[in-house]
Design a protein around this ligand. Structure first.
Ligand code: GAL
Length: 607
Protein backbone atom coordinates (compact mmCIF):
# COMPACT_ATOMS: atom_id res chain seq x y z
CA UNK A 1 0.00 0.00 0.00
CA UNK A 2 2.96 2.26 -0.54
CA UNK A 3 2.30 5.64 -2.03
CA UNK A 4 2.92 5.90 -5.74
CA UNK A 5 5.77 8.12 -6.75
CA UNK A 6 5.02 9.98 -9.93
CA UNK A 7 7.98 10.35 -12.21
CA UNK A 8 9.38 9.67 -15.64
CA UNK A 9 12.92 10.38 -16.70
CA UNK A 10 14.64 13.27 -15.04
CA UNK A 11 17.70 15.35 -15.67
CA UNK A 12 19.50 17.10 -12.86
CA UNK A 13 20.29 20.75 -13.22
CA UNK A 14 22.75 22.52 -11.02
CA UNK A 15 21.25 25.08 -8.69
CA UNK A 16 24.53 26.48 -7.47
CA UNK A 17 25.28 30.13 -8.17
CA UNK A 18 28.53 29.30 -9.97
CA UNK A 19 30.70 31.51 -7.80
CA UNK A 20 33.23 28.83 -7.05
CA UNK A 21 33.32 26.93 -10.29
CA UNK A 22 36.45 24.89 -9.74
CA UNK A 23 35.64 23.58 -6.31
CA UNK A 24 32.14 22.91 -7.45
CA UNK A 25 33.33 20.92 -10.41
CA UNK A 26 35.47 18.67 -8.22
CA UNK A 27 32.79 18.15 -5.61
CA UNK A 28 30.17 17.48 -8.23
CA UNK A 29 32.45 14.84 -9.64
CA UNK A 30 32.51 13.25 -6.20
CA UNK A 31 28.85 13.48 -5.43
CA UNK A 32 27.12 13.62 -8.77
CA UNK A 33 24.29 11.20 -9.24
CA UNK A 34 25.48 10.88 -12.81
CA UNK A 35 28.64 9.03 -11.87
CA UNK A 36 28.51 5.29 -11.50
CA UNK A 37 31.27 5.14 -8.91
CA UNK A 38 32.30 7.40 -6.08
CA UNK A 39 35.85 7.40 -4.79
CA UNK A 40 36.23 6.13 -1.27
CA UNK A 41 36.29 9.55 0.33
CA UNK A 42 35.81 10.62 3.89
CA UNK A 43 34.74 14.19 4.33
CA UNK A 44 36.40 16.19 7.00
CA UNK A 45 35.19 18.95 9.23
CA UNK A 46 37.83 20.07 11.62
CA UNK A 47 35.43 21.45 14.17
CA UNK A 48 33.45 18.28 14.76
CA UNK A 49 34.17 15.13 16.63
CA UNK A 50 33.50 11.61 15.43
CA UNK A 51 31.23 9.06 17.05
CA UNK A 52 34.27 7.31 18.44
CA UNK A 53 35.49 10.57 19.92
CA UNK A 54 38.52 11.09 17.69
CA UNK A 55 38.98 14.25 15.69
CA UNK A 56 37.28 13.93 12.34
CA UNK A 57 40.22 15.56 10.67
CA UNK A 58 42.62 13.01 12.05
CA UNK A 59 40.32 10.15 11.16
CA UNK A 60 39.68 11.36 7.67
CA UNK A 61 41.55 10.46 4.56
CA UNK A 62 40.07 13.46 2.86
CA UNK A 63 41.13 14.52 -0.56
CA UNK A 64 39.37 17.79 0.09
CA UNK A 65 37.11 19.35 2.66
CA UNK A 66 33.42 19.33 1.96
CA UNK A 67 31.22 21.10 4.43
CA UNK A 68 27.56 20.50 5.16
CA UNK A 69 26.91 23.75 3.33
CA UNK A 70 28.60 22.31 0.23
CA UNK A 71 26.26 19.34 0.31
CA UNK A 72 23.28 21.68 0.43
CA UNK A 73 24.55 23.88 -2.38
CA UNK A 74 25.38 21.07 -4.70
CA UNK A 75 22.66 18.56 -4.07
CA UNK A 76 19.68 20.62 -2.97
CA UNK A 77 20.06 24.32 -3.74
CA UNK A 78 18.41 27.23 -1.97
CA UNK A 79 15.76 26.49 0.64
CA UNK A 80 12.97 28.64 2.09
CA UNK A 81 13.13 30.05 5.60
CA UNK A 82 10.28 30.29 8.09
CA UNK A 83 9.12 33.59 9.53
CA UNK A 84 10.05 32.30 12.98
CA UNK A 85 13.54 30.89 13.39
CA UNK A 86 13.96 30.77 17.14
CA UNK A 87 12.26 28.51 19.64
CA UNK A 88 8.90 29.87 20.74
CA UNK A 89 7.85 29.46 24.37
CA UNK A 90 4.46 27.86 24.97
CA UNK A 91 1.50 29.89 26.13
CA UNK A 92 -1.55 28.30 27.79
CA UNK A 93 -4.15 27.06 25.32
CA UNK A 94 -7.14 29.46 25.55
CA UNK A 95 -10.10 27.83 27.29
CA UNK A 96 -12.33 28.78 24.35
CA UNK A 97 -10.34 26.30 22.24
CA UNK A 98 -10.93 23.48 24.72
CA UNK A 99 -14.71 23.37 24.34
CA UNK A 100 -15.52 19.97 22.84
CA UNK A 101 -17.72 19.76 19.73
CA UNK A 102 -21.32 18.54 20.06
CA UNK A 103 -21.48 14.76 20.36
CA UNK A 104 -21.22 12.84 17.12
CA UNK A 105 -24.64 11.23 16.87
CA UNK A 106 -26.65 13.71 18.92
CA UNK A 107 -26.61 17.32 17.83
CA UNK A 108 -26.53 20.29 20.14
CA UNK A 109 -30.08 20.39 21.47
CA UNK A 110 -30.65 23.07 24.08
CA UNK A 111 -30.25 21.70 27.57
CA UNK A 112 -33.37 19.82 28.67
CA UNK A 113 -34.32 18.86 25.13
CA UNK A 114 -31.67 16.22 24.50
CA UNK A 115 -32.26 12.79 23.04
CA UNK A 116 -31.48 10.05 25.52
CA UNK A 117 -27.71 9.65 25.57
CA UNK A 118 -26.26 6.66 23.80
CA UNK A 119 -25.38 4.11 26.44
CA UNK A 120 -21.92 2.78 26.91
CA UNK A 121 -21.07 -0.74 25.87
CA UNK A 122 -20.43 -2.24 29.28
CA UNK A 123 -18.31 -5.09 27.96
CA UNK A 124 -15.66 -2.65 26.77
CA UNK A 125 -12.85 -1.05 28.70
CA UNK A 126 -9.19 -0.21 28.20
CA UNK A 127 -6.71 -2.02 30.41
CA UNK A 128 -5.30 0.16 33.20
CA UNK A 129 -1.92 0.50 31.52
CA UNK A 130 -3.27 1.27 28.04
CA UNK A 131 -1.65 4.34 26.45
CA UNK A 132 -2.78 6.64 23.68
CA UNK A 133 -1.12 9.38 21.73
CA UNK A 134 -0.43 11.12 18.49
CA UNK A 135 2.41 10.85 15.98
CA UNK A 136 4.56 12.86 13.60
CA UNK A 137 7.76 12.41 11.58
CA UNK A 138 10.70 14.80 11.34
CA UNK A 139 10.69 15.67 7.65
CA UNK A 140 6.92 16.00 7.57
CA UNK A 141 6.62 18.56 10.37
CA UNK A 142 9.93 20.10 11.42
CA UNK A 143 10.92 22.52 8.64
CA UNK A 144 14.13 24.42 9.51
CA UNK A 145 15.87 22.03 7.16
CA UNK A 146 19.23 23.81 7.02
CA UNK A 147 19.20 25.21 10.54
CA UNK A 148 21.56 24.36 13.36
CA UNK A 149 23.81 22.14 11.29
CA UNK A 150 21.32 19.70 9.72
CA UNK A 151 22.64 17.89 6.66
CA UNK A 152 20.42 17.18 3.66
CA UNK A 153 18.40 13.98 3.51
CA UNK A 154 17.13 12.21 0.42
CA UNK A 155 13.78 13.97 0.90
CA UNK A 156 15.40 17.38 0.59
CA UNK A 157 16.78 16.22 -2.74
CA UNK A 158 13.54 14.57 -3.87
CA UNK A 159 11.50 17.69 -3.12
CA UNK A 160 14.01 20.17 -4.55
CA UNK A 161 15.80 18.55 -7.43
CA UNK A 162 12.86 17.50 -9.51
CA UNK A 163 14.06 19.09 -12.70
CA UNK A 164 11.72 17.67 -15.30
CA UNK A 165 10.10 15.53 -12.67
CA UNK A 166 7.50 16.80 -10.25
CA UNK A 167 8.32 14.44 -7.38
CA UNK A 168 5.89 16.16 -5.01
CA UNK A 169 2.57 17.66 -5.96
CA UNK A 170 2.93 21.40 -6.61
CA UNK A 171 6.66 21.03 -5.88
CA UNK A 172 5.89 21.27 -2.16
CA UNK A 173 8.90 20.89 0.12
CA UNK A 174 9.47 20.35 3.83
CA UNK A 175 11.61 23.51 4.08
CA UNK A 176 9.18 25.20 6.46
CA UNK A 177 6.38 22.68 6.89
CA UNK A 178 4.76 23.14 10.27
CA UNK A 179 7.86 24.85 11.65
CA UNK A 180 7.59 22.30 14.44
CA UNK A 181 11.35 22.63 14.93
CA UNK A 182 10.69 25.99 16.57
CA UNK A 183 7.06 25.53 17.64
CA UNK A 184 7.35 22.15 19.41
CA UNK A 185 6.80 23.60 22.88
CA UNK A 186 3.40 24.94 21.91
CA UNK A 187 2.61 21.76 20.01
CA UNK A 188 3.36 19.64 23.05
CA UNK A 189 1.36 22.00 25.29
CA UNK A 190 -1.60 21.71 22.90
CA UNK A 191 -1.68 17.92 22.84
CA UNK A 192 -1.21 17.80 26.61
CA UNK A 193 -4.20 20.13 27.03
CA UNK A 194 -6.40 17.40 25.55
CA UNK A 195 -4.92 14.72 27.80
CA UNK A 196 -2.63 13.07 25.24
CA UNK A 197 -0.39 10.56 27.00
CA UNK A 198 2.26 9.78 24.37
CA UNK A 199 3.91 11.85 21.64
CA UNK A 200 5.58 9.76 18.96
CA UNK A 201 8.03 11.69 16.81
CA UNK A 202 11.08 10.84 14.76
CA UNK A 203 14.61 12.13 15.08
CA UNK A 204 16.25 13.42 11.93
CA UNK A 205 19.36 11.31 11.35
CA UNK A 206 20.98 14.04 9.25
CA UNK A 207 20.49 16.56 12.05
CA UNK A 208 22.38 14.34 14.48
CA UNK A 209 24.93 13.24 11.87
CA UNK A 210 24.88 15.60 8.87
CA UNK A 211 26.74 13.08 6.72
CA UNK A 212 24.99 10.09 8.28
CA UNK A 213 28.24 8.92 9.88
CA UNK A 214 31.22 10.10 11.88
CA UNK A 215 30.44 13.71 12.61
CA UNK A 216 28.01 14.45 15.43
CA UNK A 217 26.08 17.69 15.60
CA UNK A 218 25.78 18.78 19.22
CA UNK A 219 23.18 21.47 18.44
CA UNK A 220 20.80 18.83 17.14
CA UNK A 221 21.31 16.65 20.20
CA UNK A 222 20.56 19.66 22.39
CA UNK A 223 17.41 20.36 20.38
CA UNK A 224 15.98 16.88 20.91
CA UNK A 225 17.01 17.05 24.58
CA UNK A 226 14.61 19.92 24.84
CA UNK A 227 11.83 18.25 22.85
CA UNK A 228 12.05 15.23 25.16
CA UNK A 229 12.25 17.36 28.29
CA UNK A 230 9.28 19.42 27.17
CA UNK A 231 7.24 16.24 26.74
CA UNK A 232 8.19 15.13 30.23
CA UNK A 233 7.40 18.58 31.63
CA UNK A 234 3.87 18.24 30.23
CA UNK A 235 3.43 14.63 31.42
CA UNK A 236 3.54 13.35 27.86
CA UNK A 237 5.66 10.23 27.36
CA UNK A 238 8.05 10.61 24.40
CA UNK A 239 8.16 7.78 21.85
CA UNK A 240 11.05 8.04 19.40
CA UNK A 241 11.46 6.63 15.91
CA UNK A 242 15.08 6.63 14.75
CA UNK A 243 14.38 6.47 11.03
CA UNK A 244 11.26 7.79 9.32
CA UNK A 245 12.54 7.74 5.70
CA UNK A 246 14.83 10.81 5.81
CA UNK A 247 18.10 9.08 4.93
CA UNK A 248 21.18 11.34 5.00
CA UNK A 249 21.77 11.87 1.29
CA UNK A 250 25.50 11.48 1.72
CA UNK A 251 24.98 7.79 2.51
CA UNK A 252 22.69 7.42 -0.49
CA UNK A 253 25.36 8.70 -2.83
CA UNK A 254 28.19 6.95 -1.01
CA UNK A 255 26.86 3.41 -1.23
CA UNK A 256 23.23 3.47 -2.35
CA UNK A 257 21.65 3.89 1.09
CA UNK A 258 19.71 0.81 2.17
CA UNK A 259 20.83 -1.10 -0.93
CA UNK A 260 24.14 -1.73 0.76
CA UNK A 261 24.76 -3.61 3.98
CA UNK A 262 27.31 -0.88 4.74
CA UNK A 263 24.37 1.02 6.15
CA UNK A 264 23.98 -1.45 9.01
CA UNK A 265 27.02 -0.22 10.91
CA UNK A 266 26.24 3.43 10.19
CA UNK A 267 22.68 3.01 11.46
CA UNK A 268 23.82 1.20 14.58
CA UNK A 269 26.32 3.98 15.33
CA UNK A 270 23.58 6.54 14.91
CA UNK A 271 21.36 4.46 17.21
CA UNK A 272 24.19 4.33 19.74
CA UNK A 273 24.45 8.13 19.80
CA UNK A 274 20.70 8.57 20.26
CA UNK A 275 20.21 5.73 22.75
CA UNK A 276 23.17 6.91 24.82
CA UNK A 277 21.95 10.48 24.91
CA UNK A 278 18.25 9.99 25.67
CA UNK A 279 18.27 6.51 27.21
CA UNK A 280 15.50 5.97 29.68
CA UNK A 281 13.86 9.35 29.19
CA UNK A 282 12.15 7.82 26.15
CA UNK A 283 9.17 5.56 26.84
CA UNK A 284 9.06 3.68 23.52
CA UNK A 285 11.69 3.18 20.84
CA UNK A 286 11.01 2.39 17.20
CA UNK A 287 14.06 1.75 15.05
CA UNK A 288 12.51 1.96 11.59
CA UNK A 289 9.25 3.31 10.25
CA UNK A 290 7.56 1.04 7.70
CA UNK A 291 10.47 -0.65 5.91
CA UNK A 292 7.90 -2.16 3.53
CA UNK A 293 7.15 1.33 2.22
CA UNK A 294 10.62 2.84 2.17
CA UNK A 295 12.17 -0.28 0.62
CA UNK A 296 9.44 -0.39 -2.02
CA UNK A 297 10.47 3.15 -3.03
CA UNK A 298 13.58 1.56 -4.58
CA UNK A 299 14.54 1.98 -7.38
CA UNK A 300 14.50 5.78 -7.25
CA UNK A 301 14.19 7.48 -10.61
CA UNK A 302 17.39 8.39 -12.43
CA UNK A 303 18.88 11.77 -11.79
CA UNK A 304 18.33 12.24 -8.08
CA UNK A 305 21.07 10.10 -6.61
CA UNK A 306 24.17 8.24 -7.68
CA UNK A 307 23.24 5.63 -10.28
CA UNK A 308 23.26 1.99 -9.34
CA UNK A 309 23.57 -1.00 -11.61
CA UNK A 310 21.56 -3.25 -9.28
CA UNK A 311 18.52 -4.57 -11.18
CA UNK A 312 15.31 -2.77 -10.20
CA UNK A 313 13.44 -5.87 -9.01
CA UNK A 314 16.20 -6.77 -6.57
CA UNK A 315 16.46 -3.39 -4.92
CA UNK A 316 13.49 -3.51 -2.50
CA UNK A 317 14.68 -6.85 -1.12
CA UNK A 318 18.30 -5.77 -0.71
CA UNK A 319 16.96 -2.77 1.16
CA UNK A 320 14.79 -5.06 3.27
CA UNK A 321 17.75 -7.27 4.18
CA UNK A 322 19.84 -4.28 5.34
CA UNK A 323 16.86 -2.83 7.19
CA UNK A 324 16.24 -6.06 9.09
CA UNK A 325 19.89 -6.42 10.08
CA UNK A 326 20.13 -2.75 11.06
CA UNK A 327 17.01 -3.06 13.18
CA UNK A 328 18.10 -6.27 14.89
CA UNK A 329 21.57 -4.94 15.72
CA UNK A 330 20.16 -1.66 17.01
CA UNK A 331 17.66 -3.63 19.12
CA UNK A 332 20.40 -5.66 20.77
CA UNK A 333 22.50 -2.55 21.25
CA UNK A 334 19.57 -0.90 23.04
CA UNK A 335 19.23 -3.94 25.29
CA UNK A 336 22.97 -3.92 26.06
CA UNK A 337 22.63 -0.26 27.05
CA UNK A 338 19.84 -1.29 29.45
CA UNK A 339 17.11 0.78 27.84
CA UNK A 340 13.94 0.12 29.77
CA UNK A 341 11.41 1.27 27.15
CA UNK A 342 10.23 -1.39 24.69
CA UNK A 343 12.18 -1.41 21.42
CA UNK A 344 10.54 -2.39 18.18
CA UNK A 345 10.15 -1.37 14.56
CA UNK A 346 6.95 -0.18 12.88
CA UNK A 347 5.56 -2.49 10.28
CA UNK A 348 2.52 -1.57 8.20
CA UNK A 349 -0.31 -2.77 6.03
CA UNK A 350 -4.06 -3.19 5.92
CA UNK A 351 -6.21 -6.21 6.69
CA UNK A 352 -6.48 -8.58 3.75
CA UNK A 353 -9.90 -10.01 3.01
CA UNK A 354 -10.36 -12.81 0.46
CA UNK A 355 -12.73 -11.63 -2.27
CA UNK A 356 -14.38 -15.05 -2.46
CA UNK A 357 -14.09 -18.23 -0.44
CA UNK A 358 -12.19 -20.00 -3.23
CA UNK A 359 -8.94 -21.72 -2.34
CA UNK A 360 -7.17 -19.62 -5.02
CA UNK A 361 -8.22 -16.42 -3.29
CA UNK A 362 -7.15 -17.82 0.08
CA UNK A 363 -3.73 -18.50 -1.43
CA UNK A 364 -3.59 -14.99 -2.88
CA UNK A 365 -4.34 -13.57 0.58
CA UNK A 366 -1.59 -15.67 2.14
CA UNK A 367 0.92 -14.52 -0.49
CA UNK A 368 -0.12 -10.92 0.11
CA UNK A 369 0.61 -11.27 3.84
CA UNK A 370 3.94 -12.94 3.02
CA UNK A 371 5.10 -10.21 0.65
CA UNK A 372 3.93 -7.42 2.92
CA UNK A 373 3.88 -7.87 6.70
CA UNK A 374 5.54 -11.31 6.61
CA UNK A 375 8.61 -9.91 4.83
CA UNK A 376 9.65 -8.14 8.05
CA UNK A 377 7.47 -9.69 10.75
CA UNK A 378 8.35 -13.36 10.11
CA UNK A 379 12.11 -12.87 10.61
CA UNK A 380 11.54 -10.89 13.80
CA UNK A 381 8.53 -12.63 15.34
CA UNK A 382 8.67 -16.19 13.97
CA UNK A 383 11.90 -17.81 12.86
CA UNK A 384 14.62 -15.36 11.88
CA UNK A 385 13.83 -15.86 8.21
CA UNK A 386 11.54 -14.77 5.39
CA UNK A 387 8.28 -16.54 4.48
CA UNK A 388 9.01 -19.45 2.13
CA UNK A 389 7.05 -17.85 -0.74
CA UNK A 390 9.20 -14.73 -0.57
CA UNK A 391 12.39 -16.78 -0.22
CA UNK A 392 11.51 -18.76 -3.31
CA UNK A 393 11.40 -15.48 -5.21
CA UNK A 394 14.52 -13.83 -3.77
CA UNK A 395 16.77 -16.91 -3.61
CA UNK A 396 18.45 -16.14 -6.95
CA UNK A 397 19.77 -12.77 -5.83
CA UNK A 398 19.57 -12.45 -2.03
CA UNK A 399 22.02 -14.21 0.25
CA UNK A 400 20.63 -16.32 3.07
CA UNK A 401 20.82 -14.98 6.58
CA UNK A 402 23.57 -16.73 8.53
CA UNK A 403 22.42 -18.70 11.54
CA UNK A 404 23.97 -16.03 13.74
CA UNK A 405 21.91 -13.36 11.97
CA UNK A 406 18.79 -15.47 12.32
CA UNK A 407 19.29 -15.61 16.06
CA UNK A 408 19.82 -11.85 16.15
CA UNK A 409 16.62 -11.27 14.21
CA UNK A 410 14.38 -13.71 16.02
CA UNK A 411 12.78 -12.03 19.00
CA UNK A 412 14.23 -8.60 18.25
CA UNK A 413 11.07 -6.67 19.14
CA UNK A 414 9.32 -6.15 22.45
CA UNK A 415 6.06 -5.09 20.83
CA UNK A 416 4.27 -5.68 17.52
CA UNK A 417 4.05 -2.05 16.37
CA UNK A 418 1.74 -1.87 13.39
CA UNK A 419 0.63 1.08 11.28
CA UNK A 420 -2.80 -0.15 10.22
CA UNK A 421 -5.01 2.34 8.43
CA UNK A 422 -7.39 0.37 6.30
CA UNK A 423 -8.33 -2.82 4.50
CA UNK A 424 -8.58 -4.31 1.04
CA UNK A 425 -9.96 -7.34 -0.84
CA UNK A 426 -7.47 -9.76 -2.38
CA UNK A 427 -7.96 -12.38 -5.05
CA UNK A 428 -6.03 -14.61 -7.44
CA UNK A 429 -5.12 -13.22 -10.87
CA UNK A 430 -7.42 -14.33 -13.71
CA UNK A 431 -5.06 -16.91 -15.18
CA UNK A 432 -4.37 -18.33 -11.73
CA UNK A 433 -1.54 -17.97 -9.25
CA UNK A 434 0.75 -20.56 -10.83
CA UNK A 435 0.70 -18.81 -14.20
CA UNK A 436 1.77 -15.62 -12.43
CA UNK A 437 4.51 -17.16 -10.29
CA UNK A 438 6.22 -18.50 -13.41
CA UNK A 439 5.92 -15.27 -15.40
CA UNK A 440 8.12 -12.41 -14.21
CA UNK A 441 6.39 -9.94 -16.54
CA UNK A 442 2.96 -10.63 -15.00
CA UNK A 443 1.57 -7.36 -13.58
CA UNK A 444 1.08 -8.94 -10.14
CA UNK A 445 4.44 -10.70 -10.01
CA UNK A 446 5.97 -11.58 -7.56
CA UNK A 447 3.21 -11.56 -4.91
CA UNK A 448 0.68 -12.71 -7.50
CA UNK A 449 -2.18 -11.28 -5.44
CA UNK A 450 -4.68 -9.02 -7.16
CA UNK A 451 -6.51 -6.35 -5.14
CA UNK A 452 -9.79 -4.50 -5.12
CA UNK A 453 -11.60 -1.95 -3.00
CA UNK A 454 -14.91 -3.25 -4.32
CA UNK A 455 -16.38 -6.26 -2.56
CA UNK A 456 -18.22 -9.27 -4.00
CA UNK A 457 -21.57 -7.45 -3.90
CA UNK A 458 -20.23 -4.57 -5.98
CA UNK A 459 -20.14 -2.14 -3.04
CA UNK A 460 -17.02 -0.37 -1.92
CA UNK A 461 -15.20 -1.58 1.19
CA UNK A 462 -16.02 1.75 2.78
CA UNK A 463 -16.10 5.50 2.44
CA UNK A 464 -13.12 6.66 0.35
CA UNK A 465 -10.56 9.14 1.69
CA UNK A 466 -9.15 12.04 -0.28
CA UNK A 467 -8.23 11.05 -3.86
CA UNK A 468 -4.59 11.76 -2.88
CA UNK A 469 -4.82 8.70 -0.59
CA UNK A 470 -6.44 6.20 -3.01
CA UNK A 471 -5.41 3.31 -0.75
CA UNK A 472 -7.49 4.54 2.21
CA UNK A 473 -11.14 3.90 3.12
CA UNK A 474 -13.12 3.89 6.34
CA UNK A 475 -13.06 0.13 6.57
CA UNK A 476 -12.98 -0.27 10.32
CA UNK A 477 -15.20 -3.37 10.63
CA UNK A 478 -12.04 -5.40 10.08
CA UNK A 479 -10.15 -3.98 13.07
CA UNK A 480 -10.96 -6.79 15.56
CA UNK A 481 -10.24 -9.48 12.95
CA UNK A 482 -6.99 -7.79 12.01
CA UNK A 483 -5.77 -7.58 15.59
CA UNK A 484 -6.69 -11.21 16.15
CA UNK A 485 -4.82 -12.15 12.98
CA UNK A 486 -1.65 -10.43 14.22
CA UNK A 487 -2.03 -12.10 17.60
CA UNK A 488 -2.56 -15.58 16.11
CA UNK A 489 0.08 -15.33 13.36
CA UNK A 490 3.06 -13.60 14.91
CA UNK A 491 2.14 -14.29 18.55
CA UNK A 492 3.60 -11.10 19.99
CA UNK A 493 3.25 -10.50 23.72
CA UNK A 494 1.64 -7.15 22.94
CA UNK A 495 0.39 -5.13 19.97
CA UNK A 496 0.29 -1.36 19.47
CA UNK A 497 -1.35 0.48 16.59
CA UNK A 498 1.43 2.97 15.98
CA UNK A 499 -0.30 4.92 13.19
CA UNK A 500 -3.86 5.17 11.97
CA UNK A 501 -5.74 8.09 10.54
CA UNK A 502 -7.84 9.44 7.73
CA UNK A 503 -7.53 12.13 5.06
CA UNK A 504 -10.93 13.80 4.73
CA UNK A 505 -11.75 14.21 1.02
CA UNK A 506 -10.89 17.66 -0.34
CA UNK A 507 -10.24 19.10 3.12
CA UNK A 508 -7.29 21.03 1.65
CA UNK A 509 -9.73 22.93 -0.60
CA UNK A 510 -11.76 24.31 2.29
CA UNK A 511 -10.91 27.79 3.37
CA UNK A 512 -12.96 28.38 6.51
CA UNK A 513 -11.29 27.15 9.64
CA UNK A 514 -14.66 26.27 11.21
CA UNK A 515 -15.51 24.04 8.23
CA UNK A 516 -12.18 22.28 8.37
CA UNK A 517 -12.40 21.75 12.12
CA UNK A 518 -15.79 20.00 11.79
CA UNK A 519 -14.18 16.91 10.24
CA UNK A 520 -17.06 14.47 10.47
CA UNK A 521 -15.59 11.59 8.40
CA UNK A 522 -12.39 11.60 10.49
CA UNK A 523 -14.43 11.60 13.70
CA UNK A 524 -16.42 8.63 12.48
CA UNK A 525 -13.19 6.86 11.52
CA UNK A 526 -11.58 7.32 14.93
CA UNK A 527 -14.67 6.32 16.85
CA UNK A 528 -15.32 3.22 14.76
CA UNK A 529 -11.66 2.24 14.77
CA UNK A 530 -11.35 2.55 18.54
CA UNK A 531 -14.55 0.55 19.03
CA UNK A 532 -12.84 -2.16 16.97
CA UNK A 533 -9.82 -1.97 19.27
CA UNK A 534 -12.10 -2.23 22.32
CA UNK A 535 -13.82 -5.26 20.81
CA UNK A 536 -10.45 -6.96 20.24
CA UNK A 537 -9.38 -6.18 23.80
CA UNK A 538 -12.65 -7.64 25.11
CA UNK A 539 -11.86 -10.79 23.13
CA UNK A 540 -8.47 -11.10 24.82
CA UNK A 541 -6.13 -9.60 22.21
CA UNK A 542 -3.30 -7.80 24.05
CA UNK A 543 -3.55 -4.34 22.46
CA UNK A 544 -1.56 -1.97 24.66
CA UNK A 545 -1.72 1.40 22.91
CA UNK A 546 -2.68 3.51 19.91
CA UNK A 547 -1.01 6.47 18.18
CA UNK A 548 -3.08 8.59 15.81
CA UNK A 549 -1.60 10.04 12.62
CA UNK A 550 -1.11 12.95 12.91
CA UNK A 551 -0.54 15.62 15.54
CA UNK A 552 -1.00 18.34 12.86
CA UNK A 553 -1.60 18.64 9.12
CA UNK A 554 1.77 18.10 7.45
CA UNK A 555 3.72 17.29 4.30
CA UNK A 556 2.24 14.03 3.05
CA UNK A 557 5.41 12.99 1.20
CA UNK A 558 4.96 13.06 -2.57
CA UNK A 559 1.39 14.31 -2.09
CA UNK A 560 2.80 17.48 -0.52
CA UNK A 561 0.34 19.57 1.48
CA UNK A 562 -2.46 18.45 -0.84
CA UNK A 563 -3.59 15.71 1.57
CA UNK A 564 -4.44 16.40 5.20
CA UNK A 565 -4.19 13.87 8.03
CA UNK A 566 -3.96 16.23 11.01
CA UNK A 567 -5.96 16.07 14.21
CA UNK A 568 -5.20 19.77 14.14
CA UNK A 569 -5.64 22.13 11.25
CA UNK A 570 -2.62 24.21 10.24
CA UNK A 571 -3.09 27.33 8.18
CA UNK A 572 -0.17 27.04 5.75
CA UNK A 573 -0.95 30.42 4.20
CA UNK A 574 -0.16 32.13 7.49
CA UNK A 575 3.59 32.50 8.18
CA UNK A 576 2.91 31.85 11.89
CA UNK A 577 1.44 28.42 11.01
CA UNK A 578 -1.37 28.64 13.62
CA UNK A 579 -2.96 25.37 14.75
CA UNK A 580 -6.61 24.65 15.56
CA UNK A 581 -8.04 21.46 17.03
CA UNK A 582 -10.28 19.51 14.73
CA UNK A 583 -13.35 17.82 16.20
CA UNK A 584 -11.72 14.42 15.59
CA UNK A 585 -9.06 15.19 18.21
CA UNK A 586 -11.78 15.63 20.86
CA UNK A 587 -13.52 12.49 19.59
CA UNK A 588 -10.32 10.43 19.88
CA UNK A 589 -9.54 11.83 23.34
CA UNK A 590 -13.08 11.27 24.63
CA UNK A 591 -13.07 7.55 23.83
CA UNK A 592 -10.32 6.95 26.39
CA UNK A 593 -12.28 8.78 29.06
CA UNK A 594 -15.47 6.89 28.28
CA UNK A 595 -13.83 3.48 28.40
CA UNK A 596 -11.07 4.05 30.93
CA UNK A 597 -10.59 1.15 33.29
CA UNK A 598 -11.53 1.99 36.83
CA UNK A 599 -8.42 3.34 38.42
CA UNK A 600 -6.90 4.09 35.02
CA UNK A 601 -3.21 4.94 35.32
CA UNK A 602 -3.00 8.67 35.46
CA UNK A 603 -0.75 10.69 33.21
CA UNK A 604 2.77 11.26 34.24
CA UNK A 605 4.28 7.87 34.75
CA UNK A 606 6.16 6.01 32.07
CA UNK A 607 3.61 3.70 30.58
C1 GAL B 1 2.34 6.35 6.85
C2 GAL B 1 3.61 7.13 7.07
C3 GAL B 1 3.37 8.53 7.56
C4 GAL B 1 2.19 9.19 6.87
C5 GAL B 1 0.98 8.28 6.81
C6 GAL B 1 -0.22 8.81 6.07
O1 GAL B 1 2.58 5.28 6.01
O2 GAL B 1 4.43 6.48 8.01
O3 GAL B 1 4.56 9.23 7.43
O4 GAL B 1 2.54 9.71 5.67
O5 GAL B 1 1.36 7.06 6.20
O6 GAL B 1 -0.21 8.47 4.74
Amino acid sequence: MGRKSRYDDVSVESTSDGSWIVKRFIILALLSPCLAQLPNTTFANATATTASGTSALAAATAIMDVSVEDLWDLLVGPVSLAATTTTVEATPVPSSELIPPPPLYYPSFPSGYENPAMTKNSSWSFPADFWWGVASAAYQVEGAVKDEGRGPSIWDVLTHRGGAVDYTIANDTGDIGDNHYYLYKQDIARIAALGTQVYSFSISWSRIMPFGRDLINEQALAHYDDVINTCIQYNVTPAVTLYHWDLPVYLMNLYGGWLSESIVDDFVEYARVVFSRYGNQVGYWFTLNEPIVFCSEYPYPDGFFKKTSIPAHQQPYLCGQSALLAHAKAYHLGKSLNLTGPISFKTNGGYKIPLTDSSADALAVQRAWDFNEGWFANPVFINGDYPSTLKAYTSTFLRNFTSEEQSLLKGSADLFAHDAYTSQFFFAPDAGIDACITNSSHPHYPSCANTSYTGPTGWNIGYAADPGSPWLHIATDWVPAFLRYIHDTWKPSSIAITEFGFSVPFEQMKTLSADIQSDLPRRVYYRAYMEGVLTAIAEGVPVVGTLAWSIVDNLEWSEGFGVRFGLQYVNFSDPARPRRYKASFFEYASIFKEYAATGHAANGTMR
